[in-house]
Design a protein around this ligand. Structure first.
Ligand SMILES: [Zn+2]
Ligand SMILES: [Zn+2]
Length: 395
């Protein structure tokens, strides 16, 4: 089977690179991936696969059934681009002003179609089903992302019911030819928050007639520093950062209100809950203590992405079998970015893989850079790895 995967992946390499370039030229905003879906459909409808229903506007699933019914593994590919101008000198540069595939999701989708091309030719050798999930809006944490809504609409429960999920992201910290992952958390929970403080405004010369919201805001910022230091296990990692503090319109006036905005990062639900509850306790207690009031609001953050131990344990042998002995990298530290694949991992045993594009010497342009670029040779590695992971899981 491994030799068949390699052979088929080599055959389609040119086609998936062509597809990746077409997607790269037509980036779309989170939740508006309509043209993207049309491009993907043009390729997928040529194949012997079942194209499933639409989920969450532009998302959809594709099913490949083996000769016998068995378990179902899902492979997930995100679809959205970022609102930025492409500055890289790229021969297939973005044709959509102010939008760029700067996170590699064009490559992810091309790999998804590549998996459909390869696996649809190996169906007769497979037992069980593979569900390819094309997911919109990964980058839009403010609206809650696409994964959560696809799950709510049934993408994991609809037949064939999914038993496990695999995600893959093109990643700068691993080298070309490497695939890696880690046990436990691999991406952070990220929770935006806002604290609105009300006081009593008045003349700067009469502070005793006022409740100063600037003093309250300042005390809250200082007191929040104790949460990570005193409430979090020293062997856990967490961040509380206030990135915005606004209050006042004049030098000689105590304002009526103040506002703080910031973000929390954590790697487990337990730590995330501790951060949120202490943030709330401190903000309200400090404000009340000074005679004012604080209201706390959390935005739609993503939970921490936590890999399933058993699935991680299988990856070393799987990756070695298809890419070679040295290809698998055991990653030690999680990344502090968020990823809505986390919602799949909350629902089913899941593993999130990083596909390296780093060069050994040269500095790479990281995701979300206007110069972002990767060597398209890695796409074939990604397709082969994902196909092998699927086939091994279904065995
Ligand atoms: Zn991104
Ligand atoms: Zn991304």
């Amino acid at each position: 089977m491994t030799e068949e995967i390699k052979r088929r992946a080599s055959e389609i390499e040119g086609e998936i690179i062509k597809l990746r370039r077409e997607l790269h030229q037509h980036p779309e905003k989170s939740g508006s991936e309509y043209l993207t879906r049309d491009i993907l459909m043009r390729y997928l409808s040529e194949l012997d696969v079942e194209i499933g229903p639409t989920y969450f506007k532009t998302g959809f699933a594709v099913v490949i059934r083996g000769r016998e019914v068995g378990k179902t593994i899902a492979l997930r590919f995100d679809m959205d681009a970022l609102e930025m101008d492409e500055l890289a000198d790229c021969p297939f540069k973005s044709k959509h002003d102010g939008l760029m595939h700067a996170c590699g999701h064009d490559g992810h989708m091309a790999m998804g179609v590549g998996c459909a091309m390869v696996l649809s030719k190996l169906k007769h050798m497979m037992k069980g089903q593979v569900k390819l999930i094309f997911q919109p809006a990964e980058e839009d944490a403010v609206s809650g992302g696409g994964a959560k809504y696809m799950i709510e609409e049934g993408v994991l429960d609809d037949a064939p019911r999914v038993d496990a999920v695999v995600g893959m992201h093109i990643w700068p910290e691993l080298k070309k030819g490497e695939v890696g992952t880690k046990y436990g958390p691999i991406m952070a929970a990220s929770d935006p928050f806002e604290i609105s403080i009300s006081g009593v405004g008045g003349h700067a010369s009469l502070p005793h007639k006022c409740v100063d919201p600037i003093l309250i805001a300042s005390q809250i910022v200082v007191s929040l520093q104790s949460v990570v230091a005193r409430n979090i296990d020293p062997f856990d990692a967490a961040v509380i950062t206030v990135g915005q503090l606004s209050a006042g319109t004049r030098y000689n006036t105590i304002p009526q209100t103040a506002s703080l905005k910031g973000t929390l990062r954590s790697f487990s639900q337990e730590t995330r809950d501790v951060l949120k509850s202490h943030l709330e306790k401190i903000a309200t207690a400090v404000a009340t203590g000074y005679g004012g009031e604080a209201k706390l609001m959390f935005g739609n953050g993503y939970p921490a992405l936590v890999n399933d131990d058993e699935m991680v344990a299988d990856m070393k042998a799987t990756v070695a079998s298809i890419l070679g002995e040295d290809a698998f990298k055991s990653v030690e530290r999680p990344a502090s970015g968020g990823e809505d694949f986390a919602y799949f991992a909350l629902e089913r045993p899941s593993v999130y893989l990083w596909l390296g594009y780093g060069e050994s010497e040269a500095k790479v342009n990281p995701p979300h850079s206007p110069y972002y670029a990767f060597d398209e040779k890695i796409l074939k590695d990604g397709v082969m790895t994902l196909c092998q992971v699927a086939v091994d899981f279904l065995k």
